[in-house]
Design a protein around this ligand. Structure first.
Ligand SMILES: N[C@@H](CCC(=O)N[C@@H](CS)C(=O)NCC(=O)O)C(=O)O
Length: 213
């Protein structure tokens, strides 16, 4: 099994899960700036030209939430409750909420403060972020109220929903996301930082991309 990745939030959650579940994989690191995601060979794996991508034999899968579900099924982990329909829809609800609302709310802060300096794309545009504050507060309130009295997002235990929602918000302090007043969100994010694979998801051994397949 190969996983194509680079140091960014969507690959982060997949790599953290692989490590957390104790799975083995070949981790193929992509050079974003060098254009690895724009090659025809990579586009054949993922026509969106994004990471991560999982290749397991002939099977190719993109979208981190689907990849995480696949990994859990393969490992027999209930972090994706494949055999419990009521729990499955609960997790699914938060995966969808992330992709439609939360990732949009936190994404600009993450991009301006983590991705731009990290990849040499310039310095954070704080004026641009001022316009994003209301959107973030709106959805942070939803998550904060949901997390009242809860340690995890769904099913009363760690699921892929936690990794999915936390991957950009983990960097909230460095990204100047106005989350300090959302004590349940902060408690949840700080709690995840007690999971070794979440703190350090990146592979110890890295293979540079030679071929896509
Ligand atoms: N919804 C996708 C998002 C994939 C995505 O946007 N990946 C980013 C890294 S976090 C990427 O590959 N960006 C490269 C680019 O846009 O050129 C997923 O969850 O897998």
């Amino acid at each position: 099994m190969k996983i194509y990745w680079f140091e960014a939030q969507a690959p982060r959650r997949v790599l953290a899960l692989v490590k957390h579940l104790g799975m083995t994989a070949e981790f193929v690191e992509l050079d974003l700036v060098g254009g690895d995601l724009k090659t025809p060979a990579y586009a054949r794996l993922n026509p969106n030209m994004k990471a991560p991508v999982l290749v397991d034999g002939e099977f190719v899968l993109w979208e981190s939430s689907a990849i995480m579900a696949y990994l859990c099924i393969k490992a027999g982990s209930d972090m994706w409750p494949a055999h419990a329909p009521a729990e499955q829809v609960e997790v699914l609800r938060w995966l969808g909420w992330n992709d439609c609302h939360w990732s949009e709310a936190v994404g600009s802060f993450y991009f301006e403060h983590i991705i731009k300096p990290g990849f040499g794309f310039g310095t954070p545009d704080r004026e641009e972020l001022n316009a994003k504050v209301d959107g973030l507060l709106r959805y942070a309130k939803v998550l904060d109220e949901h997390l009242k009295g809860r340690e995890f997002v769904a099913c009363g235990r760690l699921t892929i929903a936690d990794f999915h929602l936390a991957s950009m918000a983990t960097y909230w302090r460095e990204s100047e996301m106005p989350l300090a007043d959302f004590s349940n969100v902060v408690r949840w994010l700080d709690g995840l930082m007690r999971i070794p694979a979440w703190v350090d998801p990146w592979p110890a051994e890295r293979t540079r991309r030679a071929t896509c397949g």
